[in-house]
Design a protein around this ligand. Structure first.
Ligand code: F6R
Length: 281
């Protein structure tokens, strides 16, 4: 049953474990001479991951001309379009700086194969992903409120669990906590510098990915992750939808998240309850 939990010792080990998974998914697919659609995330969590992934790709003999990527999200300005790539918070700029710009040209990564959800035609990306055969691998971070992509939590009275799981790609307003966190972590504390809206892949497209890997490395992610472990799937915790996915893995830097001991203790309790159940007459 997934998600599988992997307890990495620290940020470096988490980044390496995540990059190894992404690399082996890319290699497997490209060696079978099939195009690969890779779903990517941004954020502080992913900084070292991209360094590791670019290094291992650069050391490989892979030809990336059949690799297509789609990012989870990008901020939207007051004019309803992407903020400029040169904006310090732009995720297009982030990807160029931290990943694509690091790839050796010898790998033949085609810039035309790099995609982001378009705020002017947000549903078009869902159709396109379906048409090219779906996401092979989706990388995720987790918001301090449990969001994935910019699918923010919603109240159970507002939307059913089934409808939330099918949410399409769209333009969303960001929650106060997300604006606050992004201001602190990426905009030098300046809330006014953080755009209020973003184009995001929807839950439906994310959850349809064949493999999902979520990385986590901040103490503030402990609480949402703990609730994911609890197993209750709810729109109030978007990351809880990894529960029951056919192939989802959560890799935690446990020196920061500090959840391993608790999870392992409750796993022992769950297992012994199950064993008692089996032995009951
Ligand atoms: C980013 C994204 C977000 C982040 C999440 C964690 O593309 O979709 O869901 O993954 O907010 O961000 P960091 O890593 O900055 O804590």
């Amino acid at each position: 049953m997934t998600p599988r939990w992997i307890w990495a010792e620290d940020y470096e080990a988490m980044s390496l474990a995540g990059a190894e998974r992404a690399f082996s998914a890319i290699r497997r697919r490209l060696r079978e001479r099939r195009p690969m659609l890779l779903g990517l995330a941004t954020g502080n969590t992913m900084l070292r991951f991209y360094e590791c992934l670019a290094t291992v790709l650069n050391q490989s003999e892979l030809d990336l001309s059949c690799l297509r990527t789609v990012n989870l999200d990008e901020y939207v300005g007051a004019d309803g379009r992407w903020i400029p790539e040169g904006h310090p918070l732009s995720y297009r700029g982030y990807m160029q700086k931290h990943f694509f710009g690091r790839l050796d040209p010898r790998l033949k990564m085609d810039r035309g194969n790099i995609h982001f959800p378009d705020p002017e035609r947000p549903a078009a990306i869902d159709e396109w992903i379906r048409d090219v055969g779906g996401l092979d691998f989706q990388l995720l971070g987790i918001g301090f409120n449990g969001h994935i992509g910019f699918n923010e939590p919603m109240g159970e009275a507002t939307i059913s669990a089934e409808a939330f799981a099918k949410l399409p790609s769209r333009v969303v307003g960001l929650e106060a906590l997300t604006i606050e966190t992004n201001a602190r972590l990426t905009a030098g504390g300046d809330r006014s510098g953080v755009p209020r809206r973003a184009a995001t892949l929807g839950m439906g497209t994310i959850l349809a990915a064949r493999e999902i890997v979520l990385l986590a490395c901040f103490p503030q992610q402990r609480d949402p992750l703990r609730r994911v472990w609890g197993g209750r799937v709810t729109p109030e915790l978007p990351a809880s939808y990894l529960t029951g996915h056919a192939d989802a893995t959560i890799i935690c830097a446990d020196d920061q998240v500090r959840l391993r001991d608790e999870v392992q203790a409750s796993q022992v309790a769950r297992d012994s309850l199950a064993a008692t159940g089996r032995e009951a007459p």
